[in-house]
Design a protein. Structure first.
Length: 121
């Protein structure tokens, strides 16, 4: 009887061990499912972030082109302004020389007039 009891006890222990293993398997399967869900979620986030990174890179390229274009436009405008300023400076220089010439003529005429004694100061 003791032999039967020992066998029954051994069988009971094996049964308990099997139940424990089955519980562990269920827990591990659940963890595996959770990890698979998490992995898919992370993959979706990765795809989303890669898309955002691509958009930002494209935007950066576009801004670089616009900045280059703006720089070129500003450089052209500056060149035009410099040319206009130089042109006006030359015009003013010519007018100044003209005025100086006229003043010299006026001074010469005044000197002639004064030397002939037409007017007395």
């Amino acid at each position: 009887m003791s032999k039967n009891f020992n066998q029954m006890q051994t069988i009971q222990e094996q049964l308990n061990s099997t139940k424990s293993i089955e519980k562990d398997i269920k827990v591990l399967k659940q963890k595996l499912n959770d990890n698979e869900v998490l992995e898919k979620s992370l993959e979706a986030k990765l795809v989303e972030r890669k898309g955002k990174a691509d958009q930002l890179e494209e935007l950066s390229k576009q801004l670089g082109k616009e900045r280059g274009f703006s720089y070129e436009e500003a450089a052209k405008e500056l060149k035009n302004v410099k040319l206009e300023v130089e042109s006006k400076r030359r015009g003013f220089e010519a007018r100044k020389n003209n005025v100086e010439g006229v003043l010299s003529e006026v001074d010469a005429i005044n000197e002639k007039i004064l030397s002939k004694g037409v007017w007395s100061i």
